[in-house]
Design a protein around this ligand. Structure first.
Ligand code: BJW
Length: 253
């Protein structure tokens, strides 16, 4: 795990920060038992084809297959618990004046841990919208009585789909605008558990750094983001983040 000196250096940067953004990716949920996408042996894309499962075209070709895959993943995240990394981010938000979580994750585990300010860049596995996009905000309870898969939109009868952002789709405009503004104005960006290859989220660390923020990257592997970071804390989020939150608490006295 990251050296104690690096944790202390990160805490000295975090303690006086008045605006902090925590940008998370799939790695932060790894210790909750949720697979990442690109880890070589265990990532979802090692076993499944993203073009078939995470695109609108894939859904149109085989709606039942895509629905079943997302249904399986939704059940997995609903059964999962936030881990020590999610909880440490909540602790940081209690210690510091303004902490916003900007997540690429669709699992809802930051909110389950108690994070209050969470921007979901890629939507949520727990929400649904109609294929036409005119009706959204549905939960599984809204189609519990329907036997067909995919079920139909209670408002317009169109097919329902998960309210996640597939490749080639725009991110939710207001969420992306708010995340971009926050990253462009924060004192410190703490990046946790992302490979930094999917845009536009992958551009946020570079944007923050160019705007003068101090960028810290937490990851067991030295991924793309590490090059944009001022400090790299090597290790799993579930170990590094609690150590970091404790060091911030000590620094603040
Ligand atoms: C740990 C750990 C532990 C392990 N602790 N860490 C500009 C340049 C190039 C391409 C593009 C561009 N702009 C747009 C594109 C195209 C595309 C894109 O970026 N493609 C790249 C792959 C090349 N982007 C899009 O299509 C986006 N839309 C868009 O930009 O619209 C405008 C537009 C459209 C068309 C053309 C041009 C512009 C939409 C992107 C949607 C991404 N969707 C997914 C699926 C969501 C639904 C679902 O869950 O099924 O989002 S893909 C998947 O990747 C998911 C993730 O949120 C996302 C990022 O992955 P993440 O979180 O980084 O996970 P991994 O697995 O990659 O990394 C895990 C990390 O954790 C690793 O580093 C591990 O080491 C680490 N780790 N254990 C901490 N314990």
């Amino acid at each position: 795990m990251a050296m104690q000196d690096d944790i202390a250096a990160a805490a000295r940067r975090l303690a006086p920060a008045t605006s902090v953004v925590v940008l998370t990716g799939a790695g932060v949920s790894r210790e909750s038992g949720i697979p990442t996408f690109r880890d070589v042996q265990t990532g979802l894309w090692a076993r499944y084809d993203p073009a078939q499962l995470a695109t609108r075209g894939g859904f149109l070709r085989d709606p039942q297959l895509v629905w079943a895959w997302y249904d399986y993943r939704r059940r997995m995240v609903e059964a999962a618990e936030p881990n020590a990394g999610h909880h440490a981010i909540v602790t940081l938000a209690r210690l510091l004046p303004a902490v916003t979580v900007v997540t690429q994750n669709v699992d809802g585990l930051h909110q389950a841990a108690g994070s209050l300010r969470v921007l979901e860049l890629h939507g949520s596995l727990r929400r649904f919208k109609c294929l036409g996009g005119g009706h959204d905000g549905f939960t599984a309870a809204d189609f519990a009585g329907q036997a067909e898969t995919p079920p139909h939109c209670p408002a317009c009868g169109d097919l329902l789909r998960p309210d996640v952002v597939w490749f080639g789709e725009m991110l939710p405009e207001e969420v992306l605008a708010e995340a971009t503004a926050l990253c462009g104005a924060c004192d410190l960006l703490l990046v946790v558990g992302t490979s930094g290859v999917v845009y536009p989220a992958a551009g946020l660390p570079g944007l923050a750094r160019r705007a003068g923020a101090y960028v810290i990257d937490v990851n067991p592997q030295r991924d793309e983001i590490a090059g944009d970071a001022d400090l790299f804390l090597q290790g799993p989020g579930g170990e590094v983040l609690p150590a970091l939150a404790e060091a911030v608490r000590r620094t603040l006295g």
